[in-house]
Ligand binder design. Structure first.
Ligand code: OAD
Length: 247
């Protein structure tokens, strides 16, 4: 691992533009479960019931019980050293941070700017949507006093402000991430690299000529494609990398 960290630090030092994309693995050290790991959320729950328009149409209360529970787990979680290092790097000119995470921990650590591909669990919007409730707004209530929560504008239901399976990502976020994939170094951190279009950015970056680096304790769908594989935990590897690479 030491050799691959050194190689990654060398690539980062040489780079003018750097893009990092994160997944659920950067938040495990903060006590938030991943989706596909041993205790992953999708091991015990069916995504099509809990994270799709059809699931919500079918049983909005069940969907909201699940999101309400996750919001309570996430509410008290604190950023870990992986979030802290990445937040510091966002202050470097030419650095772009993209996340698939909806937990808000990059923001809590001070990451700015941040491209959030899958929305935020702290946002809600009108399910209909009514005119006033069309755009997502922040609502930190956790737990909600009654489920499912109602739209304050029209009285219909609100839905979580996250991207569900089968839904399109915000086109401005996709455009920003696509532009950021044209970089000198692309890091893919703590993601199983199976959910598209997010999983495609590392391949795009490589095709544009970026040095690609993966940080993950396990092998993933992207492992065979990247230039440098660092088999380790994000919260440890990023701290070591940051000691070798000053922003
Ligand atoms: P996954 O649960 O699919 O993958 C988490 C990855 O984190 C795995 O590859 C783990 O090996 C790795 N991991 C675990 N602990 C780690 C640590 N300490 N440091 C680094 N890596 C670690 O989560 P995502 O790839 O984020 O989408 O999942 C992608 C999307 O699928 C999510 O955004 C969500 C989910 O369904 C939506 O909700 C639309």
């Amino acid at each position: 691992m030491t050799d691959s960290i050194q190689a990654a630090a060398d690539a980062l030092r040489r780079a003018r533009t750097i893009t990092a994309m994160t997944g659920a693995g950067v938040s495990t050290a903060s006590g938030i479960p991943t989706f596909r790991g041993a205790d992953g959320l999708w091991k015990k729950n069916r995504p099509e019931l809990l994270a799709s328009r059809e699931g919500f149409e079918n049983d909005p209360r069940l969907v909201w019980e699940w999101y309400d529970w996750r919001r309570q787990v996430i509410r008290d979680a604190k950023p870990n050293p992986a979030h802290d290092v990445l937040a510091a790097w966002t202050r470097r000119p030419g650095f772009t941070l993209i996340t698939q995470n909806v937990d808000g921990l990059h923001e809590k650590a001070g990451a700015d700017p941040l491209i959030r591909l899958h929305g935020s669990i702290w946002h809600v919007r009108c399910w209909q949507p009514c005119d006033a409730g069309r755009r997502p707004w922040r609502d930190d209530t956790a737990p909600f006093p009654a489920l499912p929560p109602k739209c304050p504008h029209c009285g219909d239901l609100v839905r979580p402000g996250v991207v569900w399976f089968g839904e399109n990502l915000d086109h401005e976020d996709v455009a920003a991430a696509t532009a950021a994939a044209r970089c000198d170094v692309f890091l893919t951190i703590g993601t199983s690299s199976v959910v598209y279009p997010a999983a495609g950015f590392v391949h795009q970056a490589r095709s544009y000529g970026a040095v690609t680096i993966e940080i993950n304790p396990e092998t993933t769908e992207a492992s065979g494609e990247v230039d440098i594989s660092i088999r380790g935990k994000a919260e440890e590897v990023l701290v070591e990398l940051s000691s070798k690479f000053e922003v």
